[in-house]
Design a protein around this ligand. Structure first.
Ligand code: GTP
Ligand code: MG
Length: 195
């Protein structure tokens, strides 16, 4: 994918705030702090377009980024962030669910998991939910730069133990926003979903 332009478009917490131009969208989901905003910046080759933070819970709204005037990337608040109240967590959940369940122009979802850990219960739930919604899934094992080369197979085995990859619309990628590993493959996958 050639990125000709990228810009922040809009933030939304409910449907009437979503973009209205009917362009295709690709959403990103994953635990808080897993690297969603960093992945967006890596793909777009921008330093800090999507705001990143060492502090989890940075992204609190659905943030829409417009790429090439052609499609949107949607940065979704991370789940499993312990330090927000129960009530706020529930509101986040509903916001994400509303979006994923009703958005007709949603063409696929990128689910990020941390390479250094086995997928959490939340990760597995998110994956199963996306499958249930029949969304094409790109499963990204991120922060792979933190994993020794000799351990990468073990990471993949741990993933397969927790996540049922017998879904015909899933692609798995290792990824790093630090080394930019597989940024090109990420772009290719997105491009394929937009057709
Ligand atoms: P929320 O918005 O809180 O849900 O977090 P997020 O998923 O958007 O994570 P973000 O991109 O803000 O990254 C969180 C932290 O992880 C930051 O300190 C990043 O620098 C770091 N990080 C992200 N991706 C990578 C990666 O591939 N490798 C390494 N080593 N660090 C990363
Ligand atoms: Mg973020």
């Amino acid at each position: 994918m050639i990125i000709r332009s990228s810009d922040y478009a809009i933030s939304a917490v409910r449907e009437d705030q979503y973009p209205k131009d009917n362009l295709p969208e690709i959403a990103l989901a994953g635990r808080s702090n897993v690297g969603k905003s960093s992945l967006i910046n890596s793909l777009l080759n921008r330093k800090n377009l999507a705001r990143t933070s060492a502090q989890p819970g940075k992204t609190q709204t659905l943030n829409f980024y417009i790429i090439n005037d052609e499609f949107y990337l949607v940065d979704v608040p991370g789940y499993g962030y312990a330090r927000v109240s129960q009530k706020q967590r529930q509101a986040f959940g509903e916001m994400i669910q509303d979006y994923l369940e009703t958005r007709a122009n949603l063409k696929g979802i990128i689910i990020l998991v941390d390479s250094r850990r086995e997928p959490t219960k939340d990760d597995v739930a998110m994956y199963n939910y996306a499958q249930y919604l029949n969304l094409p899934i790109l499963l990204v094992c991120t922060k792979i730069d933190k994993v020794k080369r000799s351990q990468v197979n073990k990471v993949m085995a741990g993933l397969k133990k927790k996540i049922n990859l017998n879904y015909d619309n899933v692609t798995v990628l290792t990824f790093s926003s630090v080394t930019k590993l597989h940024v090109k493959e990420l772009g290719n996958w997105i491009e394929k979903q937009l057709k």
